[in-house]
Design a protein around this ligand. Sequence first.
Ligand code: AMP
Length: 286
Amino acid sequence: MEILKSIDSVRKFIANQKLKQNNIGFVPTMGALHEGHLQLVKNSLQNNDTTIVSIYVNPTQFNNIADFNNYPNTLSNDKILLKKVGCDALFLPDSDEIYPNKNNLSFNFRYLETIMEGKFRTGHFSSVALIISKLFNIVQPDKAYFGEKDLQQLVIIKKLTKDLLFNIEIIGMPIIREPSGLAMSSRNMRLSNTQSLLATNIFKGLTLAKKLMTKENKISVVKEKTELYFSNFKGLYLEYIEYVDFYSFTPLTDDHQKNNLKQKVSICIAAFIDDIRLIDNISFTI
Ligand code: AMP
């Protein structure tokens, strides 16, 4: 596996691959890799001649400095995992080269900035869009892989790719979970055993909400019952739980079932356990 640290070395590597008419799959990550990341890499390996992964904890997308400082770094293990699955190249961007000047461009995703991650992490998606645009520009892949774990981010990246006319196919992959149901996340490394057990109630709550949606006619009743469920857990604080259309992210209303048969919907959660922020979602057709 090639380890590429400069933009120039990536461009040379990619040019060489394109000369051989190899198509390129790209998986951007922030490292501390787990099976959720590896499924993206494996999928890329299956469907492209060459797979390149990036590991970069992008400082500008953290609106909480402690979250950035505490973000796990397991680079030597990440390299072992990537080599083992057969990844071709690992790009480790350097901040000085990625951000040559301080006045960064910003993006405005309008409605998507007003809900869920957009609402609670001001400026986050602008920074995500900027780093992804930079990485797309450097790597110029044919396909790029993202997880539905960050569902709103996936919608943002699809929009970014379309609006900026990147000639890249965006592939979304399902959420990989621990046997307990907890969505895999690099931040899970920070949970104690007790906290990890408490965190399993996030997916349990989502599963309950999904079940309620098939039984109850009114979304307000589903919301009430789910919130009651979550109020049982001391130490698990819900930042938001939203019921939205899978594609547009518009909130579901009380008469969603009457109006939209066979609508694909998502229930999305952000929750805190101590200072550890976890997100999860469940998507299904009603
Ligand atoms: P991150 O390193 O957290 O920025 O994640 C890099 C990519 O992996 C993103 O596209 C995430 O959505 C995806 N990802 C992270 N965790 C999971 C998971 N449990 N299942 C599926 N995809 C995931």
